[in-house]
Design a protein around this ligand. Structure first.
Ligand SMILES: [Zn+2]
Length: 236
């Protein structure tokens, strides 16, 4: 969906919205989700678009959850518009978390010499730390909550695309698989493959989200529901 829809203008400054205790949407043309744990913060989609955007996400996260390190940054998938800000994420000392299939690519891309246009990573002298997790699930948890990362199966869009799910708060964060259709548009025929795959995976994993946050800002800009997804597919 990145390529077919014009990008909304950049916001004047980073803003955020509290979705639950310790859970914040960091707003933008590309949203991020900040999740607070006892000793650290996990950011879902820490480095979209460019370095400036990643730095704005990091700054807003530190503002809403002060005095804790952002330890992990989970990327939704490896496409460039979701990863172009990662040098700033590495410079911040954040461990990038992604399925093992993406690890070598990211390490190579983030370790290449940056002599033409030095960025925050080359200036920091930091080495990228990429956790490539095995299997289909990675869970962050402590006494307060858990945040479950699942690999989506059967998607043509990208290998190793993940969603994040907060089972207690019933919030799900995802990229690229569902876009709100214009009101009163007929149900597309054939249906949108990514959206069908998304719904299949939500059902396969037996997730029960009340609210879904799209990484891409939707029009209108709001959280959605499984009912919205089903309606877009002409299902009840
Ligand atoms: Zn995208």
């Amino acid at each position: 969906m990145d390529t077919i829809r014009a990008m909304p203008p950049a916001a004047a400054g980073p803003t955020s919205e509290k979705l639950a205790d310790g859970v914040f949407r960091i707003n933008g043309a590309y949203n991020a989700l900040a999740v607070e744990f006892a000793d650290y913060i996990v950011l879902f989609e820490p480095g979209p678009q460019n370095e400036a955007r990643a730095q704005a996400i990091i700054a807003e996260t530190k503002k809403v959850i002060p005095n804790k390190p952002i330890r992990y940054g989970v990327i939704s998938h490896h496409h460039f518009d979701h990863t172009s800000g990662l040098p700033a994420v590495v410079a911040e000392g954040i461990t990038i978390v992604t399925p093992a299939v993406n690890k070598a690519f990211l390490e190579t891309a983030l370790s290449a010499p940056r002599t033409l246009a030095p960025d925050s990573l080359s200036r920091s002298g930091k080495k990228p730390v990429v956790e490539g997790f095995a299997g289909d699930k990675r869970v962050f948890s402590d006494a307060t909550r858990s945040f479950e990362i699942y690999v989506i199966k059967g998607l043509p869009h990208a290998d190793g695309l993940v969603i994040g799910y907060l089972p207690k708060e019933k919030i799900l964060v995802y990229a690229d698989m569902f876009n709100l259709p214009p009101p009163n548009d007929p149900v597309p025929n054939p249906p949108v493959v990514g959206t069908m795959v998304f719904l299949d995976n939500i059902e396969r994993l037996k997730l029960a989200p009340d609210r879904l946050l799209s990484i891409h800002a939707l029009v209108p800009d709001r959280l959605t529901s499984v009912a919205d997804i089903k309606a877009s597919l002409g299902r009840k």
